[in-house]
Design a protein around this ligand. Structure first.
Ligand SMILES: NC(=O)c1ccc[n+]([C@@H]2O[C@H](COP(=O)([O-])OP(=O)(O)OC[C@H]3O[C@@H](n4cnc5c(N)ncnc54)[C@H](O)[C@@H]3O)[C@@H](O)[C@H]2O)c1
Length: 394
């Protein structure tokens, strides 16, 4: 089978770009990673050299290049609106990292612009297309746990301490709900569909006195803006209800929980921030059983020698799924702009509810098709690349 590859440009050559560039250039037969771009040309040139990408260019050059069909936006959230809009207006399909934008109205405008121009606009998180969440989705769709009645999702970190190392966490979008909670929100949406209402109580991050002298000696104290602790209640359109608990003001030893309760059983999914954490099924008259994965993209590196960015897993599946939708002439059925917008509205709805003491009613809706099971990332004990990409085609 031969397919005309989708000529793609990565925009933003910072920290997360390594895993994207490696995966997009080597893991998917539908992608031709033709260029890398950055406002800092030297950053783009360095990544091009490191990964053997043919061209380093500016965003304007990529927008003007008639060969580039798809832009992958890996800039910081504050730049997303401008970059996405520029590329859509230039007639390019776009896939963006989270958060979609920093403003709901801007995200709505971009979704409408893409629809008007007949372009695909996709959004992270794509961990929801990984083996864990897709296996859980397959099990739920099979009916083995009956009707889903409720969900519980919980994550903790010491976000102020983390912000000593990762400086971008000191700015907007640096709170735990936005930085990590979004993976939990995305996974719940991939399993249960749209939510209709959310309400929450929240607390801000403390003013942080730098503790890591070797990194931040002499720095003034800072405070991550926004609610860093959120205890929320959510209702889904399917009827299930749930609790979300994000605490960024505690210690970093993760006590994450992600549990789906049903009328006939319970599913526990590992950390939805990862691609291949275990999925455990609990039925009335047996001990908990760790289920075999029914899908590929388990986050392991099947491509090369281990690298320092391997823990970022299979980032890029969402880009490949969008590219296959283009080449197969089918709808963009998974990580659509509507999905990114819905993730964002849930997080912002939580903030609004915590500030006003009211229940927030969600305006946006989305749909996401599951991936077909039975395809895997590795073969022959992982010594060869598997056929998981085929699950992205239809
Ligand atoms: N770092 C992570 O662990 C991580 C994980 C998942 C998702 N993300 C998301 O990925 C995105 C990028 O994160 P990062 O950690 O790589 O950030 P980063 O700050 O390390 O890199 C961002 C890059 O974008 C470039 N840039 C900024 N504005 C630009 C513009 N207008 N046009 C072109 N280039 C521009 C910067 O020069 C920089 O090289 C963010 O949306 C973030 O939320 C990051």
């Amino acid at each position: 089978m031969s397919v005309q590859k989708v000529k793609t440009a990565v925009i933003g050559c910072g920290m997360i770009s390594s895993i994207y560039i490696r995966n997009l250039s080597r893991m998917f037969s539908v992608i031709d990673l033709a260029a890398v771009c950055d406002v800092r040309r030297e950053a783009a040139e360095a990544r091009a050299k490191e990964f053997g990408i043919p061209r380093a260019m500016t965003v304007e050059e990529a927008a003007a290049d008639p060969e580039i069909e798809l832009a992958v936006n890996l800039t910081p959230a504050f730049a997303h609106y401008e970059v996405i809009k520029k590329m859509l207006l230039a007639g390019k399909h776009v896939y963006t990292e989270k958060m979609f934008t920093t403003d709901l109205d801007q995200s709505r405008e971009l979704v409408a612009l893409a629809a008007e121009k007949g372009l695909f606009l996709g959004s992270a998180p794509d961990t929801v297309l990984g083996a864990s969440v897709q296996t859980a989705r397959h099990l739920i769709d099979s009916g083995i746990i009956g009707e889903v009645t409720s969900v519980q999702a919980s994550i903790n970190r010491n976000q102020p301490l983390n912000s000593e190392v990762f400086r971008f966490l000191r700015g907007p979008g640096g709170t735990l709900p936005y930085d990590v909670g979004i993976y939990y929100v995305g996974a719940l949406l991939a399993l249960l569909g749209s939510a209709t209402h959310i309400t929450a109580f929240g607390n801000p991050a403390p003013v942080h006195e730098p503790q890591m002298a070797y990194l931040n000696e002499g720095a003034e104290p800072w405070q991550i803006p926004g609610m860093n602790v959120q205890a929320a209640a959510i209702r889904f359109a399917c009827g299930a209800v749930g609790t979300l608990h994000f605490d960024g003001n505690t210690i970093g030893q993760s006590q994450h929980a992600f549990t789906i309760y049903g009328t006939r059983g319970i599913l526990k999914v590992g950390d939805p921030d990862k691609y291949g954490d275990p999925v455990t099924l609990i039925l009335p008259e047996s001990d908990p059983v760790q289920m075999p994965m029914t899908h590929g993209f388990d986050g392991k590196n099947y491509l090369s020698e281990p690298t320092y960015f391997d823990h970022y897993g299979h980032r890029g599946i969402g880009v490949a799924e969008l590219a296959w939708a283009l080449r197969k002439g089918r709808p963009h059925a998974r990580l659509s702009g509507e999905y990114g917008l819905h993730c964002q509205e849930i997080l912002q709805g939580m903030d609004i509810a915590a500030e006003t003491g009211k229940v927030y009613e969600l305006q946006s809706r989305f749909e996401m098709k599951g991936l077909r099971p039975g395809y895997y990332s590795g073969m022959f004990n992982g010594s060869m690349r598997g056929d998981a990409e085929a699950s992205l085609m239809e």
